[in-house]
Design a binder for this molecule. Structure first.
Ligand SMILES: Nc1ncnc2c1ncn2[C@@H]1O[C@H](COP(=O)(O)OP(=O)(O)OP(=O)(O)O)[C@@H](O)[C@H]1O
Ligand SMILES: [Mg+2]
Length: 259
């Protein structure tokens, strides 16, 4: 069997809350993410989705259990992934172009190649013409697109994306979803994508992991056997789509209750 890209093995994560009590953010999460698959995490606010992504990026250690990345235990920052975080971390003193190119600068990619790759990805996310603006001069959605460009620019084979399209208007969101699928189909990346939007999850994913709260845990894993490439307008009318939607909607409705 192929080694999974990620293997989460009995992950529990506790945090200290105010009066020295321990708060369980995630409990006993065991899950494999196949290499080359598109996996969506969905679940109510506070169920530990970002916490699990932080662990996948090696920015946070589990209290119990282990994260394996491509077969090896992860014990520090995971340099094999691109992480598009929930909150943009654009550097305010750098222009869009300079923010997007940071990873390439660190990698010492020659200036001419850097320029080209940065320009390409800026165009991809629809920010052409804004390369020389500073983050404070951009709308929220544009800042989101700039961080997306920054995550894509060095072409990591694994992407962790935390609600990347949440702040975008419907039209742009639609074109970014299509663009992401195109990149994924072309390069066969592994993508873990967090969303609150059930339609978005079904349209994008091979597999949807549904989380519940108190404590944060995996309540269900749904395979999405819809054909690719997917025509978003047509899919919504398919009975398979409808059945998945209804099943997951019920789970999400109940996911805030204790098991
Ligand atoms: N560093 C931390 N210290 C203390 N508590 C934390 C920390 N990080 C996360 N938590 C808590 O863990 C729980 C899970 O947080 P997390 O950010 O993973 O949720 P989420 O599923 O991503 O929610 P959202 O959908 O709102 O982004 C929350 O109750 C949060 O307050
Ligand atoms: Mg989150």
């Amino acid at each position: 069997m192929k080694t999974p890209e990620f293997s989460f093995q009995g992950i529990t994560r506790r945090f200290r809350s105010g009066n020295d009590d321990e708060f369980v953010a995630l409990e006993s999460v065991s899950l494999d993410i196949d290499s080359g698959s598109f996996v969506c995490f969905i679940g109510p606010s506070g169920c530990g989705k970002t916490t699990l992504l932080n662990m996948s990026a090696g920015l946070l250690a589990p209290s119990d259990g282990a994260v394996h990345f491509r077969g090896a235990p992860l014990n520090g920052v995971n340099t094999g992934v691109g992480f598009i975080t929930q909150h943009d971390n654009l550097l305010p003193w750098r222009t869009v172009e300079k923010n997007v190119g940071i990873a390439l600068e660190i990698e010492k990619v020659p200036r001419a190649e850097r320029r080209l790759r940065v320009a390409e990805v800026i165009e991809l996310v629809g920010l052409k013409g804004f390369a020389h603006q500073y983050p404070s001069q951009l709308s929220g959605g544009m800042q989101k697109r700039a961080s997306l460009a920054r995550g894509l620019v060095y072409g990591p084979s694994t992407l962790l994306m935390d609600e990347p399209f949440g702040a975008l208007d419907a039209q742009l969101r639609f074109s970014m979803q299509n663009e992401l699928l195109r990149i994924w189909e072309r390069d066969r990346k592994t993508i873990i994508f967090v969303t609150h939007d059930l339609d978005e999850a079904i349209l994008l994913a091979d597999k949807i992991v549904v989380f519940g709260t108190r404590p944060g845990r995996v309540v269900h894993v749904e395979d999405v056997p819809l054909e690719r490439p997917r025509d978003f307008a047509e899919l919504r009318l398919s009975p398979v789509y409808g059945a998945i939607w209804e099943r997951l909607w019920k789970l999400l409705e109940n996911s805030e209750e204790a098991p």
